[in-house]
Design a protein around this ligand. Structure first.
Ligand code: HEM
Ligand SMILES: N[C@@H](CC(=O)c1ccccc1NC=O)C(=O)O
Length: 284
């Protein structure tokens, strides 16, 4: 039976008062769930430096969580034509990227001997399995199909990754913005299979060149392009620092995830997210 308005109002009032009471007594630690965060550094080896190793990964994953929050919102805003709000979010993304990169300086204080003392405890676990890192790559348009297989046994993560795998990335959104801005963009690009890695199109190259030649006329698209270059530049710097730190700590050993190690990481550096924005540096 439907409730009377007076009953509904009463239950709402008591609910609100529960919330008000909670807010009055809530502590710093409760608000931030510090009990859970600060009891999650479970060293398997008990080695002193394993604490460093765990904390560096955890802070990196937390930054990645915020980065994804900002990046996915920026993609929605580009699609909605709200470029100024997207710029603010993308500027924050780059600041976050510089923080994640700063973590390498702390990790590099660990010597090869120290790492090798507890590396065995890590088993076959590897950063290769970081699903948030893959969500970032997907949002930036780098879709590698073998990634989804890793998560076949974890339906929630698999679903989230599959959605991001099929969705247009930030460069697709930018190509849409070029088209809405009056540039003659190949229509096949606007409604394509977004699981296929974008590898360049002459109509997009011509549009960006025009944007960079007459920046005053295309000021917003020019700013969008430079924000994208910032994000790619920082991501490549992260990849580079990762590769060099790995070489510094484990040399050319194979990775725990089964890859060749440094050679694999060096190879990934060759991939470009926004090819035309880099090519025009030469052709302009
Ligand atoms: C001592 C420190 C580290 C070493 C020796 C190391 C080593 C490696 C190696 C060898 C790989 C290749 C995959 C494999 O075979 O395992 C890899 C991949 C990866 N690592 Fe690390 N790593 C370290 C720290 C980190 C940190 C701090 C992060 C931050 C979250 C991280 C994130 C990743 C990611 C995302 C990949 C996948 C890269 C890709 O496929 O492009 N790693 N790591
Ligand atoms: N792939 C690394 C192991 C490793 O770095 C790792 C292991 C468990 C959890 C996160 C890790 N970090 C990045 O790959 C290695 O081969 O030593």
């Amino acid at each position: 039976m439907p409730k009377k308005i007076s009953e509904l109002k009463e239950s709402l009032r008591s609910e609100q008062s529960i919330h008000t009471d909670f807010r009055e007594t809530m502590t710093y630690g409760e608000y931030l769930s510090l009990d859970r965060i600060l009891s999650s550094q479970n060293r398997l080896s008990g080695h002193h430096d394993e604490m460093l190793f765990i904390v560096i990964h955890q802070v990196s994953e937390l930054w990645m969580k915020l980065l994804l929050h900002e990046l996915t919102a920026a993609i929605d805003e580009i699609n909605a034509g709200e470029l100024q709000s997207a710029f603010k979010k993308l500027a924050r993304v780059s600041k976050i990227q510089s923080q994640i990169i700063g973590a390498w300086d702390v990790l590099a204080t660990m010597t090869p001997a120290e790492y090798l003392e507890f590396r065995g405890s890590l088993g076959r676990a590897s950063g290769f399995q970081s699903h948030q890192y893959r969500l970032i790559e997907f949002a930036l348009g780098y879709k590698s199909d073998y990634i989804l297989k890793i998560y076949e046994k974890d339906p929630d993560i698999h679903r989230e990754l599959e959605q991001a795998y099929k969705a247009p990335g930030i460069y697709d959104a930018a190509i849409g913005a070029l088209s809405r801005g009056g540039f003659a963009i190949n229509p096949d690009l606007l409604d394509r299979d977004f699981t296929i890695i974008y590898d360049g199109d002459p109509t997009v190259a011509a549009a960006w060149e025009e944007v960079y030649r007459d920046t005053e006329r295309h000021w917003e698209l020019y700013q969008l392009a430079e924000k994208l270059v910032d994000v790619e530049d920082w991501l490549q710097q992260w990849r580079f620092r990762h590769m060099k730190t790995v070489e510094r700590i484990i040399g050319f050993r194979q990775g725990t995830g089964g890859s060749s190690g440094v050679a694999y990481l060096r190879n990934v550096l060759d991939h470009r997210f926004f090819p035309e924005l880099w090519n025009l540096r030469t052709t302009l």
